[in-house]
Design a protein around this ligand. Sequence first.
Ligand code: ADP
Ligand code: MG
Length: 683
Amino acid sequence: MKNNNNYEFLLNKLTSLNGVGKKTTEILKKKGITNIFDILWRLPKSYIDRSKKSKINELQIGQISTITIKPIKYSFPRIRNLPNKVTCKDDTGYLDCIFFNSYEGYIKKILPINQNITVSGKVGYYKKKYQITNPSYVSKDESIIEKIHSKYRLTEGINEKYYNKIIDQILNNLPIIPEWHDKKILKKFNNEKWNDSIIKLHDPKNIGNFQSSYYRRLAFDEILASLLISSEIRKKIKKIKKKNKVFNIGQFNEIQKKLNFNLTNDQKNALEEINFDLKSKNKMFRLLQGDVGSGKTIVALISALNVVESGFQVALMSPTEILSRQHYSLAKKLFPKNISIEILSGKTENKQKISIYKKIKENEIKVIFGTHSLFQKKINFSNLGYIIIDEQHKFGVKQRKSLSDKGGKNCDVLLMSATPIPRTLIMSVYGDMDISIIREKPKNRKKVITYSKLESKLSDVVNFVKKQIKDGDQIFWVCPLIKESKKIDHESAINKYQYLKKIFPNSVNILHGNIDKIEKEKILNSFLKKKFNILVSTTIIEVGIDFPNANVIIIENANKFGLSQLHQLRGRVGRGEKQASCILMFKSNLSENAKKRINILKNSNDGFIISEEDMKLRGFGDLLGFKQSGLKSYKLADPIHNADLFTLGEEEIKRIEKEEIDIKRYKPLLKLYDQADIINDII
Ligand code: ADP
Ligand code: MG
């Protein structure tokens, strides 16, 4: 391998390196490393200083030392379990090199009699003599030993010497890449070049220098790469010309008459932004973000009706069938009778399905409700003009792009999400979309009162539940586990269900991920119809279903969950008229940090604030839905410690967009950092 300008070799498989074979490749693949570029981001965790040489009479027991010695005598006992021994000396004394599991031939080769050999390893002492057992390094060439050796987190099957050889080979051959950053940006990072930065990153003396210029530069590279991809996708979608939708706001007034509440200002604004996009000649690709219970559905339905008025069809997708049914029923109530709407579900009979497909194809059905399977099934629309996707926080940028492509060019897209994103991250997660935010909660909404209780006070909680049931309320009882686990000491749904059944016979039911889909829907439906009072479940009730009659939620082992997730769960109650409560159960007294977290939850009902505080306290990786939210996990960048870099990234993207800078400049950055084929669509 030669030093070169071709950065693309970084994308080569590891086998393109000298001395790396299939076996190593397989081992590293399991760790998510498939090419040379990937391996750059495994950083040294510590180092061993072998740079100072000692004489034998200076050795200290237990220390790692480097010594140049002369082998003078072999002793190969040839008895099982007895090690081979090589007696060595320098001008100050004697030292034994001890070998377990090494062949005589090999030992003779690496430690030839009477030659100067440098060895390095941990010094021991046995029968009044210094010894080194299985020395880590043995070589005639002292220069490869006498230095600081990085220690990486190694995987079984790969040893330190070998791994360091691989890394050295890469670092010695890093390509010189034309700088992608603007001069002004680079200056903020002390003009650190990419390849120099990588070398510094791997210098074991630099471990933990997160605030150094080279580290920040590399973190910024990552951030900018992901923002650039989003920005390019967004530009691309915006360029798509469509047939604009023509409608007036008469529909809105009709629906408003049927509602017993007025839309909040945020709802009205969001609706206006959506209407504006629908009427424009450019394709809409918009996110409607709003906390749980902020009333996104009604906004979506009104905009759907507008699209129908303009002559197009609408598809509204939900993550679950029960949610889809809920949306459908609401639309049935609100939409004018002459507008034909339908729902497709797993339960829909085959004959019925075929008839629905036909009606969709012939433009008889105007709005179709269903789960994401609406896309997979071979449904042919006559004139699809609008796709609405509810609770989409499981889609990443690439999936969103393909969703938007699928509808065709006349098709506007609205995604709805309740996952609150801290401000610094909004662009990173949703930079490919325009965003409407509903922050204001409906006025009639009472704050859910949040309590914390020790598990030992379970009987108080049971008494409280008894009282609530007498008042006709329904209760969610959430447990982190489905069934008991030997490994984790958390409450399980099955356990709690059996316990509660004894106290409340005939009024408890259970729901968890192992129950099949049809059964799940049945249980939720009968809960909605108030057939029983207590639903014991895992967190699968998290997603958007509206249970106006559920007023209490009890969450076991509450410290196991992130604040955003607790907030999301809490959002399942308090949608009706009555005062709702949320009881967080804990095993033992709370630590100071846990108290802080719980207080945030008690004092705030704003998902955005909660997510920001949660991120500060726990780190961003744990936040609800973040792993699946499309925010890729960064290698170096950290939204908390590098918040300023995320802001800088946003500013830089705005500049790049405004000055219409050619994306080609960033080709190496994008090729390296975002290896998916989406790049080929862009550049
Ligand atoms: P989410 O944003 O979580 O999807 P929903 O759309 O399900 O919230 O709305 C939650 C509940 O609030 C529904 O019962 C809905 O009818 C009601 N709602 C929506 N908007 C308002 C409003 N402006 N005032 C009062 N209630 C509202
Ligand atoms: Mg919803």
